[in-house]
Design a protein around this ligand. Structure first.
Ligand SMILES: Cc1ncc(COP(=O)(O)O)c(C=O)c1O
Length: 382
């Protein structure tokens, strides 16, 4: 059976990217590799909206989160974590594991932080060293206003560390302009690649602190990445690097502004199709909804675990359900990477077929209509 993904990562990998990775390996200290890395290093900063170097690491996203915490802070440093979802909580856990003093703003999943809360904590903790926040919170489908945070802390000693693992490429990112200090991302999201690579972009302000931080990590040491640049400090995933080169070529040919608007359109279409079937969007404020993933609560009586299992068994399509207390009642549709308009028709075709098979009540064909109307409206406005 053909396998399909409507998940927020791993995502569908285009054939050209897969084939690029299938080439024979080369030595990572060869001139050929140096040329490839120079090209990659030259291109990556534009996706971060930065003039700073971007380091490519061999790890999944969590490795990059860990690298940021261990490179930027010493044991006992005080940091603030915005915890309004599964990955905000992960930042909190990593910071605790690094023996930092962790303050957190713990908010209901999906709810926004108030800048006043952050200001209050900062003014009563002048020794605060950093703030850790997730851009697009994959567990809830909400985006956090990282621009507001960067702007506030820009003139302070506090480093703004952003997990943009699922937010980069599908959303605008202007790291330098927004005053962000460490931004991390990962290959199996907007880059349309298999998992395995992560990326980190570091501001001059962050370097000012990192230079004086104890070396708490060797493999992920940013100082080593800087020393070896443009080459990686250890053996890179050579085949993933080949794939990354192709991914960058594809992204550049579409153009970053077009990529953002495509993701935004797919998100709007998904929202409209879900509501047409009686689902309730989890994030009520449309400006806070992610372009990467749309989450919604199922109509009364619909068990999303049953529905999603049936979609997977019947059509080989993976859609994610809710995490934590939202298991069984939430659906999360990923529309990041090489996803396009027609992909959404198969996703909603499968959802409707399985709603019907499981005798759930809904209006047949409503989602197709909602998709068509959304895409038609977009074409008229274009
Ligand atoms: C926002 C966010 N942060 C962190 C991670 C963790 O990344 P990984 O599973 O690649 O370690 C993910 C992965 O889904 C994510 O979406």
């Amino acid at each position: 059976m053909k396998k399909r993904l409507a998940t927020p990562g791993p995502t569908f990998v285009p054939t050209d990217i897969l084939l690029a990775g299938a080439k024979e390996s080369i030595h990572h200290r060869s001139n050929d590799m140096k040329t490839i890395m120079e090209g990659i290093n030259q291109s990556l900063p534009q996706f971060f909206g930065s003039k700073n170097e971007v380091y490519t690491m061999l790890s999944s996203g969590t490795g990059a989160m860990e690298s940021a915490v261990f490179n930027c802070f010493n044991k006992g440093d005080k940091v603030l974590v915005i915890n309004n979802g599964y990955f905000g909580k992960r930042f909190k856990d990593i910071a605790s594991r690094a023996s930092l003093e962790v303050l957190s703003i713990d908010i209901e999943w999906g709810e926004p932080f108030e800048l006043d809360q952050i200001k209050e904590i900062y003014f009563s903790n002048k020794d605060l060293q950093g703030i850790l926040v997730v851009y697009s919170e994959t567990s809830t489908g909400a985006v956090n206003d990282i621009k507001e945070i960067g702007d506030f802390f820009r003139q302070t000693n506090v480093l703004t560390v952003v997990d943009a693992i699922s937010g980069l490429i599908s959303h605008e990112m202007q790291m330098d302009e927004w005053g962000l200090d460490v931004v991390i991302a990962s290959s199996h999201k907007g880059f349309m690649m298999p998992p395995g690579l992560s990326f980190v972009c570091i501001s001059n302000k962050a370097w000012g602190k990192i230079s004086y931080t104890e070396e708490n990590t060797y493999y992920f040491s940013y100082k080593r990445f800087k020393d070896f640049y443009p080459a990686p400090p250890s053996s890179p995933g050579v085949s993933l690097i080949f794939s990354l080169e192709k991914s960058i070529e594809i992204l550049k040919s579409e153009g970053i502004a077009n990529i953002h608007s495509r993701h935004q359109l797919l998100a709007t279409a998904t929202q409209n199709a879900l509501t047409s079937l009686g689902f309730k969007l989890f994030i009520s404020d449309s400006f806070r909804r992610s372009n990467t993933i749309t989450s919604a609560l199922a109509p009364r009586g619909v068990d999303t675990s049953v529905l999603l299992n049936s979609i997977n068994e019947d059509f080989g399509l993976t859609i994610t359900g809710g995490q934590g207390k939202y298991k069984g009642i939430m659906i999360r549709i990923g529309h990041i990477g090489a996803f396009d308009e027609l992909d959404l028709f198969s996703v909603f075709g499968a959802i409707e077929m399985c709603l019907s098979k499981n005798n759930y009540e809904f209006q047949e064909g409503a989602s197709t209509k909602a998709l068509i109307n959304t895409f038609k409206k977009e074409k008229t406005n274009a």
